[in-house]
Design a protein around this ligand. Structure first.
Ligand code: NAD
Ligand SMILES: O=P(O)(O)OC[C@H]1O[C@H](O[C@H]2[C@H](O)[C@@H](O)[C@@H](O)O[C@@H]2CO)[C@H](O)[C@@H](O)[C@@H]1O
Ligand code: MN
Length: 445
């Protein structure tokens, strides 16, 4: 009999919350819950999701105690896990992050380039606040953090809260591994054993095996060379790829692969290796934030309101995906000592032998009750080493700029980003971002 756990989802009003709830309910045999709480700083937004989830829980797992609150003490008291996915400033500020750089023909993206830097400067405050609540009310709990930009958040928490029990995670490699499984005819990304190194949204696979140790790289390389991680002409039913913008990202991996055919890339490297292409293929007046507001946000909130008005979730379209599966799997591994191998964002400390020890890197780790143990990925080639060192410096400068309230350091961070062509353009973008983020960033001087 597994011991029951208590979880708070921070960012209860997120578009991903209902998916995580569905996953938790479906996994009561593997990760049984005593209580589930929602916490958000926006009561009205969270209420829409919470009212629907309360009905789902009542119908499918009534033994779970459920509470939605904006009171940190109620939320964070007596929990084993904080599953965090907040978006400081909301999708409206994401829209600014994406549109401001585009005014200067520079990549406008949620987590990469100037947009990611601006978002990082907002997120640090919110995530550190969550850590402080957790440490005050449940000092033994783990925070599993999805809040983006995960690399900058990870570096900030490493420096500002060095002893915090936080694990920063990303579902992007999980989604790509599901794509790889589809390509080679395996059922799930969990059937793949991989070696991978890099930073968040910025890494490379060096080995992909199946559970019997068979090398899947040759078949995958053949496919990626032609189609990226997109489907071949026979089609694909991966729901993520139904969206054209995601399909473009997955197929562009073909051109990233061409730069280094020894490895298989993370898709988001396109923002650093092909920024000119990305800018050319982005509508500066209608960016990804607009698509998310018109699609995922609208769909989730409409469905939640439907459930509440009908009083039942019997025929709900809400479902759990890989994103939810990954965080619940991680909580299970930490709780029940499964020793699963998972990609996590952790302090390097030699995992990548020729990268500085205090970089926050993404590598495979073995997860158990003790926490996580990173696996050694060895020395990496000059190309990747150069790229990683440049991007690590960007992320470290952002965190230093935040802590020292330094305009100069933030300017350096933008200037150093491979997405930005010059210090002059970096300054123009920075001044616009600073104005737009007055409410959220520390005052810089
Ligand atoms: N790491 C990953 O791979 C990954 C994958 C998907 C999403 N995400 C991240 O998950 C987060 C949620 O995404 P979304 O599209 O659902 O956003 P969203 O705006 O729909 O939801 C975020 C929620 O957080 C709340 N919030 C904002 N600041 C808060 C604070 N300081 N304290 C408490 N609550 C706060 C908002 O009110 C909102 O309800 C984002 O950071 C996104 O980038 C990360
Ligand atoms: O533009 P969005 O909001 O749709 O996505 C931004 C996020 O993209 C990645 O997450 C994907 C994930 O890879 C996939 O499995 C599925 O869950 O959809 C997610 C996005 O909808 C990325 O890892 C995140 O960090 C981004 O926030
Ligand atoms: Mn991610």
């Amino acid at each position: 009999m597994l011991e029951k756990k208590s979880v708070v989802i921070a960012g209860g009003g997120s578009t991903y919350t209902a998916g995580i709830v569905m996953m938790l309910i479906n996994n009561q045999d593997k990760f049984p819950l005593k209580s589930l709480k929602f916490y958000d700083n926006d009561f009205e937004r969270q209420k829409v999701v919470a009212d629907a989830c309360e009905i789902i829980i009542r119908e499918r797992a009534p033994e779970i105690e459920f509470v939605a609150t904006t009171d940190p003490e109620v939320a964070f008291k007596d929990v084993d896990f904080v599953m965090a996915h907040i978006r400081q400033g909301g999708l409206k500020m994401r829209e600014m992050d994406e549109k401001i750089p585009m005014k200067y023909d520079v990549v406008g993206q949620e987590t990469c380039g100037p947009g990611g830097i601006a978002y990082g400067m907002r997120s640090i405050t919110g995530v550190v606040e969550l850590i402080d609540y957790m440490e005050e009310y449940s000092p033994n709990a783990w925070m599993l953090n999805y809040s983006n930009p995960a690399s900058i958040v990870a570096e900030a928490t490493r420096v500002m809260r060095p002893n915090a029990k936080i694990i920063n995670i990303c579902d992007m490699p999980v989604a790509i591994k599901q794509g790889m499984a589809d390509i080679v005819g395996l059922k799930s990304g969990n059937d793949i054993v991989d070696r991978y190194y890099g930073l968040n949204h910025y890494g490379w696979w060096t080995e992909i095996l199946d559970k019997d140790g068979n090398d899947l790289m040759p078949k995958l390389k053949e496919h990626v060379k032609e189609y990226g991680y997109g489907p071949d002409t026979s089609g694909n039913d991966n729901p993520l790829l139904m969206e054209q913008s995601w399909m473009d990202t997955f197929t562009k991996a073909k051109d990233i692969y061409a730069v280094d055919p020894d490895t298989l890339p993370n898709t988001y490297l396109k923002y650093y290796l092909y920024p000119d292409y990305v800018v050319k293929h982005t509508d500066p007046n209608h960016t990804r934030a607009n698509e998310v507001m018109e699609n995922r946000e609208k769909n989730v909130f409409t469905e939640c309101r439907n459930i509440t008005s009908k009083g039942t979730a019997e025929d709900t379209t809400l479902e759990a995906g890989e994103h939810a599966e990954f965080i619940v799997q991680l909580a299970g591994a930490l709780s029940y000592n499964t020793h699963e191998r998972m990609l996590l964002i952790v302090e390097n400390n030699g995992a990548i032998a020729n990268i500085e020890n205090d970089a926050m890197v993404e590598v495979p780790c073995i997860v158990s009750k003790r926490g996580y143990e990173p696996l050694a990925m060895g020395k990496i080639p000059t190309f990747q080493k150069g790229m990683i060192e440049q991007q690590v410096s960007v992320e470290k400068l952002v965190v230093q700029a935040y802590m020292e309230k330094s305009y100069q350091k933030l300017w350096k961070a933008l200037t150093l980003s491979a997405t930005v062509p010059s210090a002059g353009v970096a300054k123009l973008i920075l001044d616009d971002l600073q104005e737009a983020n007055k409410e959220y960033w520390p005052e810089l001087s």
